[in-house]
Design a protein around this ligand. Structure first.
Ligand code: HEM
Length: 413
C-alpha cells in the first residue's frame, strides 16, 4: 500500500529494460515506458480511446461469435466423448479475440512467422522475464553474454515486418465502417496529428504489441487456472453451475449482460487470482527519487518488485491461506480492483492495469460459458486431487502441463 498508494508517484517508474528497448520500439509502449510526459499522454490516450467501456462494448458481438465457435467445436468433441486440450483451446480463443480487437481480423499463424502467434508472443514474454545481465550492468549488455540481445533483435524484426504489413493493410482498406479496431483508431490519431507528442508508425507498432501481449496470455492463463481449480474442487464447480442455471437457465447460452448477476462466479475468480495471480510479481516498478518507506531508505533508481503471490498466500492476511475457498468472500468488501492491498492481480495506482475491465469481461465470460454449456471430467479416471498444478515461469505464469478434460454438453438446445 505504501509503494502503490502512499508513494505511488515516487515508484511509478519502470527500470531500464533491454527487452523493451528491442521489443517495444525503444520503450515507446505503455507497459515498459519510462514515467514522464510521453507515458502519461500515451496512457491517457489508451484509456480513453482504446480501453473505454464504450470501446470494449463495441467488441461484444465479436466475443460472442468467437466463443460460439469454440462451443460448437466442443459439442462435437462431447459427442465423441474425447478429452480436449483446454489450455490450447482457450489460448487459441484468446489469440483470435485479441487479434480481431487489435487488427480487426484474424491473421493466419504463418502471416507472422512459421512458429505462429502464440509461440512468438510467448517467446517475447520469456525474453522479457529472464533476468538479463545487461539490465543490471549496462556495459555487459554490449557483450551479450547470455545471447539474449541476438534473440531479441531477431524477434523484433519478426514483429516489425508483420506490424508493417498490418498497417499497410489498414491503409489500403481505408474506412471500413462503424466498428473500428485498435489499429484503425491509432492510425486516425496518427494522421490527424492531434497529439501533443510525436506519434508515428513506431508508436502504433509499440502499442499494438502491448495490447496484444497484455491481453492474450493474461486472460488465457487466468481462465486456465480458474478451470483447473473448478476441476480440482467439484463442489465449487457444481455451485457455479447451479448459479448459472438459476441466472441464465439451461435453454440458452450465457450473455455478457448476465455476468453482473453471477456473484458466486465472481468469488471463484477472486479466489483463483489470490492463489494464482498470472502476473505474480506485477511488472517491476522503479523509484524516481529517494524515499523512506517504513523507516527503510530506498534510493532513487531502485527496482521494486511487488510479490502479489506471497501476499495472496500470506497467513497473516488470509485464514486457511492454502485452501481454495471462494466462500471466504461472502459478505467481504475485498475486490480485485486495486483498492484492497491483500488482493492485487491487476496491480494498483498509476501503473495498475488499464485493461482490467476488458480482462475481467473476457475471463468471466469464457469461464461462465464453458462451465454452463458443458460438464467436465478429468481424463483417464484421474481423481481431482491428482490434477497437477505446477506452474511455468514467465512474465505471465501458465500451467506447466496442459489442462485436459472431457466435455459433456448440458444445455437443452
Ligand atoms: C486477466 C487479465 C489481465 C491481468 C491479470 C492483468 C494484469 C496486469 C498487471 C499485474 C499489470 C502490472 C501492474 C503493475 O506493474 O503495477 C498490468 C499492466 C498492464 N496491462 Fe494488464 N492484465 C490483464 C489484461 C489486460 C488487457 C486485456 C490489457 C489491454 C488490452 C492490458 C493492458 C495492460 C497494460 C498496457 C499494462 C501496463 C500499464 C503501465 O505500465 O502503465 N492488460 N496488467
Amino acid at each position: 500500500e505504501q509503494f502503490l498508494k502512499t508513494y505511488d508517484l515516487v515508484f511509478a517508474g519502470r527500470p531500464p529494460h533491454e527487452a523493451a528497448k528491442y521489443l517495444s520500439w525503444d520503450q515507446r509502449n505503455l507497459s515498459f515506458g519510462t514515467y514522464g510526459p510521453y507515458w502519461r499522454n500515451m496512457r491517457k490516450l489508451c484509456t480513453l480511446e482504446l480501453l473505454s467501456s464504450l470501446k470494449i462494448g463495441s467488441f461484444q458481438p465479436m466475443r460472442r461469435e468467437e466463443l460460439g465457435l469454440l462451443v460448437e467445436w466442443l459439442k462435437h468433441a462431447a459427442l465423441e466423448h474425447v478429452s480436449v486440450d483446454l489450455s490450447e483451446k482457450v489460448s487459441s480463443l484468446s489469440v483470435e479475440m485479441s487479434c480481431r480487437m487489435v487488427f480487426g481480423k484474424k491473421y493466419e499463424d504463418k502471416d507472422i512467422d512459421e512458429r505462429g502467434f502464440k509461440v512468438v508472443i510467448q517467446e517475447g514474454m520469456k525474453l522479457g522475464a529472464i533476468p538479463n545481465l545487461g539490465d543490471y550492468f549496462p556495459f555487459l549488455g554490449v557483450l551479450d553474454l547470455q545471447g539474449l540481445t541476438r534473440k531479441m533483435k531477431a524477434l523484433s524484426k519478426v514483429f516489425d515486418q508483420f506490424f508493417e504489413k498490418v498497417i499497410d493493410d489498414h491503409v489500403r482498406a481505408g474506412d471500413q465502417g462503424p466498428t473500428k479496431d485498435i489499429v484503425d483508431i491509432m492510425m486516425s490519431i496518427m494522421q490527424s496529428g492531434g497529439t501533443d507528442f510525436q506519434f508515428d508508425r513506431r508508436h502504433v507498432k509499440a502499442i499494438m504489441l502491448d495490447m496484444l501481449a497484455a491481453s492474450m496470455d493474461t486472460a488465457a492463463s487466468s481462465v486456465e487456472w480458474i478451470l483447473s481449480e473448478l476441476l480440482k474442487n467439484p463442489r465449487v464447480m457444481k455451485k457455479v453451475q447451479k448459479e448459472l442455471e438459476e441466472v441464465v437457465g439451461l435453454d440458452r447460452m450465457v450473455e455478457e449482460s448476465d455476468l453482473e448477476s453471477l456473484e458466486y462466479l465472481d468469488m471463484v475468480v477472486k479466489e483463483t487470482f489470490r492463489l494464482h495471480p498470472v502476473a505474480p510479481l506485477l511488472i517491476p516498478h522503479y523509484s524516481l527519487e529517494d524515499c523512506t518507506v517504513d523507516g527503510y531508505h530506498i534510493p532513487k533508481d531502485a527496482r521494486i518488485i511487488i510479490n502479489t503471490f506471497a501476499i495472496g498466500h500470506d497467513p497473516n492476511a488470509w485464514t486457511d491461506h492454502e485452501k481454495f475457498n471462494p466462500e471466504r468472500f461472502v459478505g467481504s468488501s475485498i475486490d480485485l480492483r486495486g483498492q484492497h492491498f491483500q488482493l492485487l492481480p491487476f496491480g494498483s495506482g498509476r501503473r495498475g492495469c488499464p485493461g482490467m475491465q476488458l480482462g475481467l469481461i473476457m475471463v468471466r465470460l469464457i469461464v461462465a460459458q464453458l462451465v454452463h454449456c458443458f460438464d467436465w471430467k478429468l481424463p483417464n479416471n484421474m481423481l481431482p486431487s491428482e490434477l497437477d498444478m505446477t506452474e511455468e515461469f514467465s512474465l505471465v505464469v501458465t500451467r506447466a502441463e496442459h489442462l485436459m478434460a472431457v466435455p459433456t454438453y448440458r444445455l437443452q438446445k
